[in-house]
Design a protein around this ligand. Structure first.
Ligand code: CMP
Ligand code: CMP
Length: 249
């Protein structure tokens, strides 16, 4: 959410942040309340629940780990708090007030979410994700543009980035023991690659080369990939089995 900020804006946000320490069991945000700030968790563990039907028990949505932000929805959309956030352990959080958020963060953050929401919802691999979690991917992705023939990934390199194609086409080639690397896969808009190095901690297993005049890829760093796409681990690993038919001699 803060990645789009210029240095001067970032400094204003840092100066406005207030550190709050609290104890296990405390309710930090209550569903339905008015919200006048957002938070980032520095230390501890928080649980998030939501009542989907009035009169029923709350549903557990997620556990927050350090580095994650929450409480931004009420500020982005001037809406009541959409969920309840309770401390599972003693905690330290950073609080950012509504005025600073509105002046510095809101426009860029809501534009970025809106810009990517429709595209991300159309990506096959992301369809099973909770829509709220998916919209948070929009905060985290970085857009990179490439020209025809450029290597997005080079086989044998170390890799810490995951990619989705938002425009254009690419191909994967792989060294299979012959004189030249051979084409093993085509990619188009909505496809992903670069997951293998992140999931296996091995070197890049193929080249990814742009085949259209231009291509635009959305990239996610490993830390964000683990945090936001952790729930897709099983699907990604299952899909990786298709690579087994290509083995280096
Ligand atoms: P806000 O509505 O301001 O306060 C509750 C917070 O819970 C919300 O912002 C989000 O940051 C967070 N949250 C986590 N998961 C969800 C979800 N599935 N739906 C809505 N809010 C969620
Ligand atoms: P990674 O190894 O991180 O970087 C190269 C990517 O190419 C890889 O992840 C896969 O996403 C993709 N790929 C396509 N075909 C293959 C293949 N046959 N073997 C391994 N990776 C492949």
């Amino acid at each position: 959410m803060f990645t789009a900020l210029e240095k001067a804006e970032f400094d204003i946000v840092v100066n406005a942040i207030e550190e709050i320490k609290g104890s296990a069991g405390e309710c930090i945000i209550k569903e339905g309340d008015q919200g006048d700030c957002m938070y980032v968790l520095e230390d501890g563990e928080l649980g998030c629940t939501k009542v989907f039907m009035p009169g029923t028990d709350p549903t557990h949505l997620k556990v927050y780990a350090p580095g994650e932000g929450f409480g931004e929805l009420a500020l982005l959309y001037n809406a009541p708090r959409a969920a309840t956030i309770t401390a599972k352990t003693d905690y330290v959080i950073w609080k950012l007030d509504r005025d600073t958020f509105n002046h510095i963060v809101k426009d860029a953050a809501s534009k970025k979410r809106e810009k990517y929401d429709n595209f991300l919802a159309s990506v096959d691999i992301l369809k099973s994700m909770d829509p709220y979690e998916r919209s948070k991917l929009g905060d985290a992705v970085k857009e990179q543009k490439y020209k025809k023939g450029e290597f997005v990934i080079t086989e044998g390199d170390e890799g810490s980035t995951f990619f989705l194609i938002s425009e254009g086409t690419c191909e994967a080639t792989k060294n299979l023991g012959g004189a030249e690397p051979q084409k093993v896969k085509d990619y188009t808009k909505g496809d992903y690659f670069g997951e293998r190095a992140l999931l296996t901690s091995e070197f890049r297993a193929a080249n990814i080369i742009v085949t259209s005049d231009e291509a635009v890829c959305l990239s996610l760093e490993k830390k964000t990939f683990d945090r936001l796409l952790g729930s897709l681990d099983d699907i990604l690993k299952r899909n990786m089995e298709q690579y087994h038919k290509y083995t280096k001699e």
